[in-house]
Design a protein around this ligand. Sequence first.
Ligand SMILES: Nc1ncnc2c1ncn2[C@@H]1O[C@H](COS(=O)(=O)NC(=O)[C@@H](N)CS)[C@@H](O)[C@H]1O
Ligand SMILES: [Zn+2]
Length: 477
Amino acid sequence: MADETEGLPPRSDFSAWYNEVIRRAEIMDVRYPVKGLYVWYPFGFALRNHTYTLLRSLLNRDHEETLFPLLIPETEFMKEAEHIKGFEDEVYWVTHGGLSPLDVKLALRPTSETAIYPMYALWIRSHADLPLKLYQVVNTFRYETKHTRPLIRLREITSFMESHTVHATWDEANEQVEYELALSQEFYRDLGVPIIISKRPDWDKFPGADFTMAVDAVMPDGRTLQIGTVHHLGDHFSRTFGITYEDVNGEQQFGSQTCYGISERCIAAVIGVHGDDKGLVLPATVAPTQVVIIPVIVGKRGDEILAAVKTLESELKAAGLRVKTDARDMRPGAKYYHWELHGVPLRVELGPRDLDNNQLVCVNRLGVKTIVPRENAAESVRKLLDEAHDQILARAESHLESHLMTAATPEECNEKLDGNVVVVHWCGCRDCADKLEELTNSSLLGTEVRSRYVVNDEGPCIICGKTGKAALVGRSY
Ligand SMILES: Nc1ncnc2c1ncn2[C@@H]1O[C@H](COS(=O)(=O)NC(=O)[C@@H](N)CS)[C@@H](O)[C@H]1O
Ligand SMILES: [Zn+2]
């Protein structure tokens, strides 16, 4: 599907590299004739499915999966004032069924609060029904007016995981917020993607929420990508939609709620954070192919080599590994190029010498070469895949650490924002934030910053000098 000859743009030209690798590594095809809608190639879709299988395995510890309708009647959608304000210029509407105009127009869900919560109001009667913790993985639609980009900013979000929970008290809902943040930490550690968690400023929180905790990754160009958000909804939506329960004293109480969202941006983060000049570098946890076996056919021992490779492949598959053999009649170098472009974590070469020495030559995607004995191959390969994961995580962590700066003045902040994220002190008032954003063409991303590389200390506000707290500033996608 894609020509393999010419190289990729250097990753230092991240935007060009990203667009090219999405195509050449067969992730998504951007040629679909509707802006912001893209088509999954089979390889990309396999990566997406392994990623969401991982996410579901974490969510299923504490939630149940469900599925709500795509279309939301205007009557429900328009119930929560702040929610509407936040989404009214992003909602797609269905106005006709065939040739007849609909008496109530229907929103294509931009997110599903107003589809789910009327049903929650029917389902929840007593405290015994709480806590209720459901999630769904659906497509959602947002008429984005900013620059659309595959996996990062779509008009059809094809892989929108949204979790919606209801609790008896505000504090229990707050515990759930912490639970979902810990789940995000685990999910992104399994993807090898370091994250920074922070509390979004009030003007950036989810429409209708008490507060929003955001999960940000730092892409190679230093721009941040919001790859998850957990919102404490308080009782705003439960009051609007009548989600009440009878408490132990027989009193009617409003539920307290959270919602949590992750989209295919998590895949954009894996591609962006780990990739290199040769293409994708995929964590074995979600790589569609974890191991590619390359027979090195020289001289007259071709059949013997191929037989040995066949045995090895079935042995690794039997151990639950996702393995391919590339026995195509082409130069080994061209094969390496193909599988490196597709981010395969480990390559196993098997030639005559390896047969005679009863060994395997293993090279991981970062180029680390290890020779292992042929016996217990599956065990050795698993160990090498774990080591490869640790290596890509360490590489990503050091990238994050070296791109997190501090600044004491707007000038210094402006300078450092080129390719980096900056921690400043901010007094918490909006005007200082607006001034800083204007002076440095950036966004104030959040406070209460949670990252091993950030000290949440106090200091003079970068604008007004009053005592302020640590705040994250960055340019984001
Ligand atoms: N246009 C978009 N394309 C891709 N991902 C997006 C887009 N808009 C938002 N996202 C991702 O979806 C996540 C959840 O979206 S959100 O608006 O912040 N939150 C909600 O919609 C809540 N109802 C939680 S489900 C965001 O953190 C962001 O990572
Ligand atoms: Zn200030």
